[in-house]
Design a protein around this ligand. Structure first.
Ligand code: ADP
Length: 360
């Protein structure tokens, strides 16, 4: 299962475990630690008092008490001392050890704040990179839904140069349209909601088409209609509809599976790289007429490292296009044109430009 980056207050999340950026005493503090203890109530402090503290880079687990989660995993991040004192390794260890505990306690969902990026001073962009890298490494081997919860927008900021490059790319190509069409879906989202797109399975259209051409009562008329000298115009037009439908192009799902084979990838390599849920991938695999959301279709194009033309081709099979009157599309085009297929970097850029994120 994938990694989701959301903006929210971690104490409000309903998942199996939330992670606390604690200090070595485990007796509460400021920042996210203070918020978690406040929301969990005195019981959490009493349980923490029995744990005997925790070393930097290690993790310990308690119950969730009055929080909506089952467990709180307390980990102690490193203090930033310029970056050359083993900070990165210790921070990686926080994620690894917390995820190990989550696995041991059978958690299927766990939420992390950006450990060390507050009072402990780890630069937010680097803290986010460590979080994403550590979690994705873990997810290559394990099935779990992992959230990174960012509290403020500054936590999720791409480098200034990249931001400026993308902004210039958009400026050069952006085709002004009526403001109504420029409205992005992200603009309509509640700031605190998860940024992902729901998928829809449409009824099997091919089956429907067959039924439209050969309903049972009509089939009974088949020989009559086909009799020489008695042309049945209705039947002729229906048959041509079937002919047309039979020539239907390869579907999105068929094209995706073909591309995965061509690239020599396994299914799981592909959906994990696309940050797409395994269950969603099975739906796509088992229904050749599956209609993905645009963000999912693009996530697969990125995972497959398709060229711009190949991406457009795959999108077209799902009924989508890339346009120059849409910032989201231009950002995708920017990354593909520059050969950068790192979905998490793309998502950071999309987030910075207030766009919907890729994958689920
Ligand atoms: P540390 O001491 O490890 O730096 P902090 O609690 O000071 O821990 O900050 C860690 C991160 O948690 C910061 O990015 C901060 O913005 C964020 N944060 C603070 N409160 C919350 C909250 N309620 N939910 C999610 N994140 C939070």
């Amino acid at each position: 299962m994938p990694l989701k980056i959301i903006r929210n207050d971690i104490t409000k999340l309903t998942c199996d475990a939330i992670v606390n950026a604690a200090n070595p005493t485990l007796l509460g503090g400021g920042g996210v630690d203070g918020a978690i203890h406040k929301a969990a109530g005195k019981g959490l402090l009493l349980e923490c008092m029995k744990l005997g503290g925790c070393k930097t880079g290690q993790a310990k687990i308690t119950g969730g008490h009055q929080l909506p989660c089952k467990y709180v995993i307390h980990t102690v991040g490193p203090k930033w001392r310029g970056g050359t004192n083993g900070e990165r390794e210790l921070l990686e260890s926080c994620y690894r050890e917390s995820l190990r505990l989550a696995l041991e306690y059978d958690c299927s969902s766990v939420a992390f704040p950006l450990i060390s990026s507050g009072v402990y001073g780890y630069p937010k962009d680097q803290a986010l990179k460590v979080a994403v890298d550590s979690i994705t490494t873990f997810l290559l081997e394990h099935d779990m839904l992992v959230y990174i919860v960012v509290f403020d927008k500054a936590s999720f900021q791409i480098g200034e140069k990249l931001f400026a490059d993308i902004a210039a790319f958009i400026d050069d190509r952006y085709v002004a349209m009526d403001p109504i069409f420029r409205q992005t879906r992200r603009d309509e989202c509640d700031e605190s909601t998860v940024l992902y797109s729901a998928e829809t399975v449409l009824p099997d259209e091919a089956d429907q088409a067959d039924q439209a051409v050969f309903p049972p009562d009509f089939a009974a008329e088949e020989s009559k209609a086909a009799a020489p000298g008695s042309p049945d115009l209705k039947r002729v037009s229906l048959l041509s509809l079937k002919d047309v439908l039979n020539q239907e192009e390869e579907s999105f799902s068929q094209a995706l599976l073909r591309k995965i084979d061509e690239k020599g990838m396994t299914d799981s390599q592909c959906y994990k790289k696309a940050n797409v849920d395994r269950k969603l991938f099975s739906k796509i695999r088992s229904n050749i007429n599956y209609h993905p959301s645009k963000t999912t279709a693009i996530a697969f194009a990125i995972a497959l490292e398709l060229s711009l033309d190949e991406t457009k081709d795959l999108l077209q099979k799902a009924g989508f296009a890339l346009s120059h009157s849409n910032k989201f599309d231009l950002i995708i085009e920017y990354f593909i044109s520059s050969g950068n297929y790192n979905i998490f970097e793309i998502n950071e850029a999309l987030f910075a430009f207030d766009q919907e994120l890729l994958g689920v």
